[in-house]
Design a protein around this ligand. Structure first.
Ligand SMILES: [Zn+2]
Length: 117
């Protein structure tokens, strides 16, 4: 029987491919203190760096795993928020304090982090 390994580290909320994207975005966004990661019901992803003021610090990047482009649905509605499955902010090290995180989350996503892990 295969044993499930359980790791409780927050960073592992990110999937491997998402990691690569997030790191690329942070590298290209010196003002970014984190990256908003949005997973859509169709499997596409939407990401953008956010500044410490809670403003966009990069352009919004949309992509789809193993595909040349995003799906037709997303081309149509640009990843409408109605179709969001999960969204959270991956913070760059060192992470801002909780208060700051909450206020940025609120500004960017209209809610505090909803991750329940
Ligand atoms: Zn899509």
């Amino acid at each position: 029987m295969a044993k499930k390994t359980k790791k409780g580290k927050k960073a592992e909320l990110l999937e491997k491919r998402e990691w690569a994207m997030v790191e690329g975005i942070l590298e290209g966004s010196p003002d970014g203190i984190g990256v908003v990661v949005v997973r859509l019901d169709c499997g596409c992803r939407k990401m953008a760096a956010v500044s410490k003021e809670g403003e966009p610090a990069s352009k919004i990047i949309m992509y789809r795993d193993n595909a040349e482009s995003i799906c037709d649905k997303c081309k149509d509605d640009q990843g409408d928020y109605m179709r969001i499955v999960t969204q959270f902010i991956h913070w760059k090290d060192p992470e801002p304090n909780q208060e700051k995180k909450n206020s940025i989350s609120l500004k960017v996503m209209g809610a505090t982090e909803t991750v329940t892990h």
